[in-house]
Design a protein around this ligand. Structure first.
Ligand code: AMP
Length: 284
């Protein structure tokens, strides 16, 4: 496994591989790797000859009052996890030099980036699409792997790739959950034991919504009300948003079908957590 910190060096290595027609799978991450990230890496390993994992806490996707400086950075641990998964290259750009000090270019996917998480975190998705576009130009993968845990992000990246004709297949991978259902997230590290218990309510509420939908409740207002009441009555949870939307343009729907996704963001203490339920996973 090679660890490369310089963008030009990474790009040069990739160009050699591409000349040999080697297939490249790419997993972009912010590090603090857990089983969710590892599931993406495992899938990339199966489908490509070479796998590149990037680890970069991207300053451009954090708001001024967000957790950029305290975001966990555990490079040694991440490197050993990647090594165990037989990753071929870790791309580990330096936070101080990855962007030119005069960086002026941004990529923005209009209309999708200002909804849901984008409403609560202005500029977040502009930062995400900008870094992903830049990473795509460096790594030039055939396939790139993203978790459905960040559902809105996945849809936005797919749209960017389609609109800007990146020759890359975007692969959405299932949400990996802890033993009790909590969606794995690097931010779970911030939770106290008490908060961890409270956070569980988010996935439990989604699973109950799934049960109701499976019992033929398809009125999104009814499902919304149930979710809202459960979360709102839980001490320690502050709802950021609950959105019941279609899985392409992320617009509200009245009737739940297999193309519906329920997106939730909540604060547990000062930690913002997201989770979702994609009805295509259980409806025909
Ligand atoms: P992050 O390091 O949080 O930027 O995440 C890097 C990638 O891992 C993104 O595509 C996430 O959607 C994905 N990911 C994070 N948590 C999970 C999870 N619990 N299950 C599946 N994918 C995940």
């Amino acid at each position: 496994m090679e660890i490369i910190k310089d963008s030009k060096e990474m790009q040069d290595k990739i160009l050699i591989l591409k000349k040999r027609n080697t297939s490249i799978g790419f997993v972009p991450t912010m590090g603090a790797l857990h089983e969710g990230h590892l599931s993406l890496i495992k899938q990339a390993k199966k489908e490509n000859e070479i796998v590149v994992v990037s680890i970069f806490v991207n300053p451009k996707q954090f708001g001024p009052n967000e957790d950029y400086s305290k975001y966990p950075r555990v490079h040694d641990q991440d490197i050993s996890l990647c090594d165990k998964e037989s990753v071929d290259f870790i791309f580990l750009p330096q936070e101080s030099t990855f962007y030119d000090p005069d960086h002026l270019t941004y990529v923005e996917v209009e209309n999708l980036s200002n909804l849901h998480c984008g409403k609560s975190r202005p500029g977040h998705f502009r930062g995400v699409t900008t870094v992903v576009a830049k990473l795509f130009n460096i790594v030039q993968p055939d396939r790139a792997y993203f978790g459905k845990k960040d559902f809105q992000q996945l849809i936005i990246i797919k749209k960017m790739v389609e609109d800007l004709s990146f020759p890359i297949e975007i692969i959405g991978c299932p949400i990996v959950r802890d033993f009790d259902g909590l969606a794995l997230s690097s931010r779970n590290k911030y939770l106290t034991t008490e908060e961890r218990k409270i956070a569980l309510k988010i996935s439990q509420t989604l699973f109950r919504a799934k049960e109701s939908i499976l019992k033929n409740e398809n009125d999104s207002q009814v499902i919304y009300n149930k979710i809202y009441e459960e979360l709102n009555s839980t001490e320690g949870i502050k709802i950021d948003y609950i959105s019941i939307v279609d899985d392409k343009f992320l617009q509200p729907v009245n009737i739940i079908t297999k193309n519906t996704v329920i997106l939730i963001a909540c604060f547990v203490g000062s930690t913002r957590l997201i989770d979702n339920l994609h009805c295509s996973d259980f409806l025909n």
